[in-house]
Design a protein around this ligand. Structure first.
Ligand SMILES: NC(=O)c1ccc[n+]([C@@H]2O[C@H](COP(=O)([O-])OP(=O)(O)OC[C@H]3O[C@@H](n4cnc5c(N)ncnc54)[C@H](OP(=O)(O)O)[C@@H]3O)[C@@H](O)[C@H]2O)c1
Length: 274
């Protein structure tokens, strides 16, 4: 069976300290890919540094500082030989609360970090891949791009925007050796819900959160997403990859396309208990 390092020798993975990003980094390292991984606190990446020298390089990167994030990417890219073969824009966080109750500045900061800063990293990555004539860009979007999660409006906007960016670049890179993967996980058991930022709560948001958290606790482990990403990378072509439970990754997207939007909204509300 092919090894990923035959397709991609170097990779840049944001948010590699926990959850999906760590599982992606581990999977890539086990495939012989040299990985540059980020955290806001690189000490949290120690567990990935155990391999052979030069296999994993820890980096500091905070999406809240867009300029700093792009500089960190550019420096790593230069160290990797001018361009990464693979860039996985994975880092992100949740912000939960009623749209009107949470300050607009908090929603805005989330969209600026998870969409604005990511767009800038993708822009730098795409340019360097174009210079070299090949590469793969992965955006870790979410099922939220298709089914907005209640009381996570900033997150839904950021992920829908990111998926639109993937689609735009997949279109523009047709016919070249650059591929763009929009990876849309359903629920995965990571640190996401533990580190989510909570706005002011009321009875409704608390009830919906209990439901979201219960679904999250019984969701698959991140290694399953890493296996799905590995398969997608070996296919080496642009597209949308849905990953997660059978219902979230297979059934819901088909239903979402077939039913009218009013019915889709009712079904989503029932699913989340809104
Ligand atoms: N888990 C799910 O069910 C699920 C579903 C769909 C999509 N996703 C997406 O998958 C990605 C990874 O999430 P996860 O579930 O693995 O959550 P996680 O375990 O909380 O991991 C989030 C990662 O992002 C980093 N991060 C958070 N805020 C950051 C910031 N402002 N700047 C830079 N890095 C930041 C964290 O690193 P440090 O804290 O060390 O800086 C951490 O490595 C996210 O984009 C998330 O939206 C997750």
């Amino acid at each position: 069976m092919a090894r990923l390092s035959q397709v991609h020798a170097t990779a840049f993975v944001t948010g590699a300290s926990t959850g999906l990003g760590r599982a992606f980094a581990r999977m890539l390292l086990s495939e012989g890919v040299r990985v540059w991984g980020t955290s806001r606190d690189p000490a949290r990446l120690a567990g990935l540094c155990a391999g052979p020298p030069g296999a994993f390089t820890p980096l500091a990167l905070d999406l809240a500082d867009g300029r700093g994030a792009v500089s960190a990417f550019a420096a790593a890219s230069a160290a990797a030989g001018g361009a990464f073969d693979l860039v996985v824009n994975n880092a992100g966080y949740g912000l939960y609360g009623d749209f009107g109750e949470v300050e607009a500045s908090a929603w805005r900061a989330q969209i600026e970090g998870m969409l604005g800063s990511v767009l800038e990293i993708s822009h730098a990555a795409y340019r360097s891949m174009r210079g070299r004539g090949r590469g793969c860009l992965v955006h870790i979007s979410s099922i939220a791009a298709e089914f907005p999660i209640p009381y996570m409006s900033g997150y839904n906007v950021a992920k829908a925007g990111l998926s639109a960016l993937s689609e735009s670049l997949a279109f523009e890179s047709r016919g070249s050796a650059i591929t763009v993967i929009d990876f849309r996980p359903g629920d995965y058991r990571t640190d996401f819900n533990r580190t989510i930022r909570m706005g002011p709560q009321n009875d409704t948001t608390r009830r919906v959160w209990a439901r979201l958290d219960a679904m999250f606790s019984s969701s698959p482990p991140p290694e399953r997403a890493a296996a799905d990403l590995r398969r997608a990378l070996l296919r080496n072509r642009s597209g949308i990859v849905r990953s997660g439970s059978f219902f979230q990754a297979r059934v819901a997207p088909v239903l979402g396309r077939l039913v009218p939007s009013s019915l889709k909204r009712r079904g989503t509300a029932a699913y989340f208990g809104v």
